[in-house]
Design a protein around this ligand. Structure first.
Ligand code: GYE
Length: 334
């Protein structure tokens, strides 16, 4: 809008606003909000109704992520309708349809897997409700979501591989505990790791299987790997800390020393990973930040106020080693 038109509109809003001031008090607030929506973009947090479709509660990371979203909504005064998908895409799709029927202002979703979202996202778009992807990407055309807030999972995989190359001196047999099949972090962490490893002919990935991002599955799959390969295994690459902690239990049960006989690198940087490093059982953790609540609602507010936001807002992340673990653990929030 050019300056002149803007001025004209500003004037019209002012007239409408003054007119509203002369009627009753309820009308004043309503009109003021309505006018400001259009002109100044000042919908407030207290006006926002947000539907959030979470994946489930598979890991400590997820627990920290859910807490961050709920706490931020509470602190900011946003009305949050939260749904737990219990690891099932169909539950998440149902939740999104309910949010559409409820006419929420924004929908946040952390898609359990990458594919299969086109129709329901299209339904949200048709209803004029913006979708913000949080934590995990979805494989959909760009016009079906407004923005993605989350980590660079490929880079996390690369960093895990760089650390692994250092730990093994460029040579060794690695087993991999993969995350949930078809999920963005599992796909990207798998690829990023290989991108680096392929330059080291002495580094071999001898087995790779999903542990579904859980401790129990991580322990079970690592137990199977040990039965098959025994002490031929030099290292474990786990797509998250929970599976690494499961693997630690399996290695100990097998009679080997995790962190020494078998090196372990994983991703997330949860508190228990720091404890495992202090105990000498984990060799490194690559941070993946779940504390996305405040940023998510800030984005939601910007979006409903018509601000243009970047298509991807990546998180800033670090790598942690055992030597820092004792000092850093007390500062960790998840
Ligand atoms: O690494 C894992 C969780 O999507 C980044 O999901 C997240 C991953 C995280 O279950 O622990």
């Amino acid at each position: 809008m050019n300056g002149f038109l803007k001025q004209r509109f500003g004037f019209i809003w002012l007239v409408l606003f003054l007119a509203a001031c002369q009627s009753d008090a309820a009308a004043i607030t309503e009109d003021t909000v309505l006018l400001s929506n259009v002109e100044d973009g000042i919908i407030a947090y207290e006006d926002l109704v947000v539907g959030y479709s979470q994946i489930g509660a598979e890991s400590e990371w997820r627990t920290g992520n859910t807490a961050s979203i709920k706490e931020a909504a509470e602190n900011l005064g946003v009305e949050l309708i939260f749904s737990d998908g219990q690891q099932k895409q169909e539950n998440q799709i149902k939740a999104i349809r309910t949010f559409i029927a409820q006419q929420v202002d924004v929908i946040g979703v952390s898609p359990v897997v990458e594919t299969g979202w086109d129709s329901v996202f299209q339904e949200a778009k048709d209803a004029g409700i913006p979708i913000i992807l949080v934590d995990r990407r979805a494989d959909v055309p760009e016009d079906l979501y407004t923005t993605y807030l989350g980590s660079d999972f490929v880079e996390e995989g690369r960093n895990a591989a760089r650390v692994m190359v250092d730990l093994l001196g460029g040579e060794g047999d690695i087993v991999e505990l993969v995350g949930t099949v078809g999920s963005a972090p599992a796909i990207d962490r798998y690829e990023g790791f290989r991108e680096i490893i392929q330059d080291y002919p002495g580094m071999r990935i001898i087995a790779s299987q999903s542990g579904d991002f859980t401790r129990a599955k991580g322990e079970e799959v690592m137990g199977d790997f040990l039965q098959l390969y025994g002490d031929e295994i030099d290292a474990v690459y786990a797509h998250n800390d929970d599976m690494a902690i499961g693997a630690i239990q399996a290695i100990e049960a097998y009679g080997l020393k995790p962190g020494e006989d078998i090196k372990i690198v994983s991703i997330d940087a949860i508190r228990d990973a720091f404890q495992a490093m202090i105990d000498g059982k984990l060799n490194a953790t690559i941070e993946c930040n779940p504390l996305l609540g405040p940023q998510f609602f800030e984005l939601a507010l910007k979006v409903v106020n018509g601000e243009v936001v970047p298509k991807w807002i990546p998180s800033e992340e670090e790598i942690f080693f055992p030597e820092d673990a004792e000092e850093v653990l007390p500062t960790r929030k998840y």
